[in-house]
Design a protein around this ligand. Structure first.
Ligand code: TXA
Ligand code: MG
Length: 320
């Protein structure tokens, strides 16, 4: 029997019993458990094979719960919460003492967001505790954007996947922290830097592990398919350099008239960056099943969702 189900009450029962359940969000599917249950949180780390130094995001359903999670809310954080929640923005704030060290990897800050998905908002509203939920994929692999992706990864390890359909945004939340008066983006994601800057002014981006030791988990090789992947702004040249290989091509909007390519797909034929972002992981999952020798991905325009797509493709292409 499939573990995929739309039964919210069943998910409530399992979570109350300290089990873990995969849940839909607008970004990617998460692997969720009660933040106060050591058993559930340990099961999340074990199932994902995620190192304990990599902290989790706390998911709440209402901004009224924020004071139970964090000890201080800077003005800029209030503005961002008003503008983007529920939505794909995670904020790193000073934590309340009651938040377990397992959630924060011992840090004195905690990451928190309100996801924008009706099923998970209903689930959260029926639970007496917030949910910790990392993306529902084994450590460093491609994040899941459908219940079927989660099933492929974890069908023998978890009891239930709450089905909420395909994720609309398709890339993880943007993570913002505060260093003194300054807002810092620790992870590019589904809320664009431009949208954030419209609300609170200029922000800095510390998206790389070397310059952001404060954001563990930003490993360079991440979101990675099994198939060797390269990212380039010169598709024709890259194909020429790889003659004889079975090549899958991911482009932004164009179709390339190149015979040597085994399979090609444009993430948004109409040139819409949001649409491209929502298709990215789905296509990476598909290409990874096709027994290709190589995935060649086209560099995206470096603004809006294009910046976040480039970030994920760069990581996918690291050291493989
Ligand atoms: O869109 C999302 O954010 C999805 C959905 C399920 O909500 N969740 C997600 O979780 O992407 P995960 O665990 O795959 O990524 C969480 C990231 C990690 O890179 C972690 O290092 C960072 O959040 N993080 C968590 N707590 C932090 C903290 N206190 N300081 C800095 N970074 C933190
Ligand atoms: Mg993840």
């Amino acid at each position: 029997m499939s573990i995929i189900s739309t039964n919210i009450n069943k998910a409530v029962s399992l979570l109350l019993a300290e089990e873990i359940v995969a849940i839909p969000t607008e970004t990617v599917y998460g692997l969720a458990g009660n933040i106060f249950s050591e058993k559930a949180i340990k099961a999340i780390f074990e199932t994902k094979q995620r190192p304990f130094f990599n902290p989790l995001i706390v998911h709440i359903s209402s901004v009224n719960q924020l004071p139970e999670i964090v000890s201080y809310i800077p003005e800029k954080a209030k503005l961002l919460a008003e503008t983007f929640w529920p939505g794909p923005l995670t904020m790193v704030l000073p934590k309340k003492e009651t938040i377990p060290d397992l959630i924060t990897a011992g840090k004195n800050t905690v990451a928190v967001r309100i996801p924008n998905h009706p099923v998970t908002l209903e689930l959260l509203s029926k639970l007496p505790f917030p949910l910790a939920a990392p993306s529902a994929n084994p450590f460093t692999t491609i994040s899941p954007t459908t219940a079927q992706h989660v099933e492929t990864y974890f069908k023998n390890n978890i009891k239930m996947i709450l089905d909420g359909g395909p994720c609309k945004q398709g890339i993880e939340s943007t993570i913002v922290g505060f260093e003194g008066d300054k807002a810092v983006v620790y992870r590019l994601g589904s809320t664009s830097v431009e949208a954030i800057e419209k609300v609170i002014g200029k922000v800095s981006i510390k998206n790389k592990k070397e310059i952001a030791p404060d954001a563990p988990g930003m490993l360079e090789r991440h979101y990675a398919p099994q198939t060797k992947t390269i990212l380039t702004d010169n598709i024709i040249e890259a194909v020429k350099n790889n003659r004889g290989k079975r090549i899958g091509l991911i482009s932004f909007s164009k179709h390339f008239e190149i015979r040597e390519i085994t399979f090609q797909i444009a993430l948004s034929p109409s040139g819409n960056l949001e649409e491209a972002a929502s298709n990215l992981y789905k296509i990476m999952h598909e290409l990874d099943q096709m027994n290709l020798d190589l995935i060649i991905a086209e560099q995206f325009p470096d603004y809006g969702m294009g910046k976040s797509i480039n970030d994920r493709l760069t990581r996918a292409a690291k050291n493989n």
